[in-house]
Structure formats: C-alpha cells, structure tokens
Design a binder for this molecule. Structure first.
Ligand SMILES: Nc1ncnc2c1ncn2[C@@H]1O[C@H](COP(=O)(O)OP(=O)(O)OP(=O)(O)O)[C@@H](O)[C@H]1O
Length: 439
C-alpha cells in the first residue's frame, strides 16, 4: 500500500510541479508505460489526456501489441493515436536511433495537432542508470550523461518523466498488485544491444555490491546537472568575450577568453561549446572528442625552447627562421615588419635602432571550425603545402563525403582535418611568448 501511494502521489505532484494541463501519455504496452497509463487514468479526467503509440513494425508481435494498447484505450474511452513506421532504413546500423527519431517526430506532431502541452514517458530509475553507464562507456561526455531529465522542453511544450525515481522492480510490483496487463517485449532478453547487456548482466551484479545503486545514480545525475548549470554561467560569460561569429558552415571566435580556465575546465568548456545544437555545424561525439584533444592538447602548458628547436639567422641580405626537426632542416624567410605564421606560431620581426626583435607567439588567437573550401591547403612537416583536395584523394575519401569533413583552424591556418590531418603531429607543444633580441 505504501508503494501504491508513493507512486500515485509522486505522479500527481510531478504533474503539478510542471503545470501539466493536457497530457499525452506515450504507451508502448510494456509494464512501465501501462503502469503509468493506469495511474494517469486514476488521477486525471479522460478529457485531459490522450495516449500515443508507435508501431515500429520491427518484430512480428508488434501489431498485436498496438492492438492490445488500442483495445485498452477504446475500452476506457481514452483518446488514442497510433501510426506504423513504414520507411525504415535498409540496414540495421542506426536502426534504434532512427526508430526513436520517428517515434518522437510522431509524438511531436500529435502534441501540436491536438494541443497537448505535456508528453509523459514511463522512463524509470533503471533507465536513467543504464543511460548514464551507457553514455559513460560510449563517450564519457558529461553533457551527454545527463540526457534523461525529469522534465525538458519538447515540441511547443515539454516532456515529463514522472517515474524517474522509481526502480523497475517497484513498477512491476505495482503492476502485480493492481493486476495491470501488459505486453512482454521478448527482445529485452536478447543480449544484442549494449543496453540489454547492461540491464541483464551488469546491473544485477552491480546491485549486489550496493542495493542503493539506483538512488546513487540519480543523485550523481542531479549533482552533475547542478555543476554543469553553475559552469554554464561562467561559460556564457566566456562565450560572450569570444566574440563568436556563426554561419551555417563556420564558427569563429577568440581563444584568449577560454585561457582564463585551467586545462580540465577548458575541456569541459569545449565539450559544452561543441555539444550545443545552435552552432550551425552538426558535430558528432567522436568529432567533439577529437576537437577537444586538438584544442586543449596542442597548446598545453609545455614550453618550447626557441634556442634549441628554432633559430633566427641572417643569410646574405635575408632573414631566416629555421629549425631542425626529425633531422630535416626547415627554413622560412621572414621580412622586417612582417608577421608570419609557421606551424601555428606567429613570428614577427621588428627593427629598432640597430637591433632586431623577433617575437614568437605560440598561442593562437582565433579558432575556427568549418567545413572545407576550395583552395584549402595543409602545411606539411617539411614546410611545404599540400592541397586538401589532393589529401582527400590520397586518403581515398569519396567525393560525396568530403564536404562533411570538419576542419579546425588556428589563425586561419588549418591545424586539423578530421581523420586525415593533424598538424600537431608536426609540432612541439608550447604556449609561451618569447622575445629574442638579436644584435
Ligand atoms: N513504441 C512506443 N510507443 C509509444 N511510446 C513508447 C514506445 N516506445 C517507447 N515509448 C515510451 O518511451 C518510454 C521509454 O521506452 P524505452 O526505454 O523503450 O525507450 P528508449 O529508446 O530506451 O528511450 P527513449 O525513448 O527516451 O529514447 C516508454 O516507457 C514509453 O513511455
């Protein structure tokens, strides 16, 4: 009885907390969503809610499951919306994500066409814990880890998940007590997906270590969310100082404001920066990881010893900057009064009285992320340039894929092209500012 009241009262208070007025319950027919539907049926008059279901048509039983949910709703006079997924992708890769995308598009359409302000899903504490562990395994990106929130904006309204604090076992006990009928998704027992492997093999073991595990995952998520919220305040301030320019193919901004953060904080900052959907450019997790590695790794705090690796010499009437790397001598001419960027270090030579000052700046000024443009050139370790289009050909990247390759630039110098080019392979790390006086 105690559990009964807890579940019913929680659903009531969550709906109240988020001012849900006309709700659409997403019901697959499984035990979780059938419990949620039963609770909603108890606490909300039927004019104020509807039921939505998607037949993904991926399993032979799916039509029967829709029928089950439909009969339940019709029997009680609930509004019921359903659709069948017809245009499925040809191969299995990404099927789950495509199914989810279709499902949520349909939910959105039904909400908008029928003025529902709140979509309810029956996600519970085990889903949340599985999600956290999955994201941790897949990307470790803190911004991804917190994807299952009790509430978030959706369509013109919101998604609310009233059962997020209850364990799956609580929900099944509730279903047993109230004799709530539901369908059994047999694929839940297949260990083909990582989610099922975690659910069936890993979590039962983890729970033996500590019975409070699910509460701890929930607590962890709330803390991360609060910390990210706090960080975001600082990050917004930094982004403002970056003077960002965004277009559909390009983002550019100053790097200096980010350097007020220490290196771990910078990693967090760039994670937040590139995870945002309003950047214009779409970036995957894998790409984010690589970009962060470049941005934070390349000009880490290690110092360069200019005298050791770079030399400034006067040869006849020419000034040269040269360095020896991998037993290769690289030589770059430089003119007085000129600034030259070599391997993303900025060299400028000034004459004052009878002496020269060579300034070497290692910290890039401006960062740009964009897609490719004709004429893009890559700097090679021998100081020569190679056309990006040539590199694409050498690497056998098909023509149609090339436009989607992300390119990172420091001060308009390409430093990274995903998968095929990384200038830091040619660089010694450094970020200090050196002034060399030459007589
Ligand atoms: N085919 C469906 N029709 C209607 N609602 C569904 C369907 N599948 C899932 N849902 C809703 O989503 C909730 C979570 O389901 P499930 O855990 O299977 O989805 P997921 O893919 O893991 O998560 P998400 O939907 O957030 O991506 C269910 O409890 C139910 O409320």
């Amino acid at each position: 009885m105690e559990l009964d009241n807890r579940i019913i009262n929680t659903v009531k208070s969550v709906l109240k907390k988020y001012h849900a007025k006309k709700v659409l319950v997403a019901v697959s027919g499984g035990v979780d969503s059938m419990v949620l539907l039963n609770v909603i049926g108890e606490i909300i008059p039927k004019e104020f809610f509807g039921v939505v279901n998607v037949d993904h048509d991926l399993r032979p039983e799916s039509a029967k499951e829709v029928e089950f949910v439909q009969n339940f709703c019709v029997g009680r006079g609930y509004q019921f919306f359903t659709t069948k997924w017809l245009n499925k992708p040809q191969d299995d890769i990404g099927m789950e994500a495509a199914a989810r995308s279709f499902r949520y598009d349909f939910f959105k359409k039904i909400m908008q066409d029928n003025d529902f302000d709140t979509l309810l899903t029956a996600h519970h504490a085990n889903d949340l814990a599985e999600n956290i562990l999955m994201k941790l395994i897949r990307s470790g990106n803190a911004y991804e880890v917190v994807s299952l929130k009790e509430q978030r904006p959706f369509a013109d309204g919101q998604i609310v998940r009233p059962l997020l604090n209850f364990a799956k076992s609580d929900i099944t006990v509730f279903a047993d007590i109230h004799d709530i009928h539901h369908v059994q998704d047999k694929t839940n027992f297949d260990n083909i997906t990582m989610r099922n492997r975690l659910r069936n093999n890993i979590f039962p073991e983890l729970q033996k270590e500590n019975g409070q595990l699910l509460t701890h995952f929930n607590f962890f998520e709330q803390q991360i969310m609060a910390l990210l919220d706090l960080a975001q305040k600082e990050f917004s301030r930094i982004e403002n100082s970056m003077k960002l320019v965004k277009t559909p193919e390009k983002i550019t901004g100053l790097i200096k404001p980010v350097e007020t953060l220490n290196s771990e904080q910078q990693t967090l900052f760039w994670g937040s920066f590139f995870t945002k959907s309003n950047l214009g450019i779409s970036i995957s997790n894998r790409q984010i990881e690589q970009i962060i590695e470049i941005v934070t790794g390349d000009h880490a705090n290690a110092s360069i010893d200019l005298a050791d690796s770079w030399q400034f010499i006067k040869s006849y009437d020419q000034f040269l900057i040269q360095r020896v790397q991998d037993q290769n001598l690289q030589v770059f001419p430089i003119k007085v009064g000129q600034t030259q960027i070599i391997n993303h270090r900025k060299f400028s030579l000034l004459e004052d009285e009878r002496s020269f000052t060579l300034t070497v700046e290692n910290t890039p000024h401006e960062i740009t992320l964009r897609t490719r443009r004709s004429g893009d050139k890559l700097l090679l370790s021998n100081g020569q340039h190679q056309k990006l289009s040539k590199r694409f050909i050498n690497e056998k990247i098909p023509e149609y894929e090339r436009d989607n390759y992300l390119i990172l630039l420091f001060d308009n110098q390409i430093v990274w092209v995903e998968k095929i080019y990384n200038m830091s392979d040619y660089l010694k790390k450094g970020s200090k500012h050196y002034k060399i006086k030459l007589d």
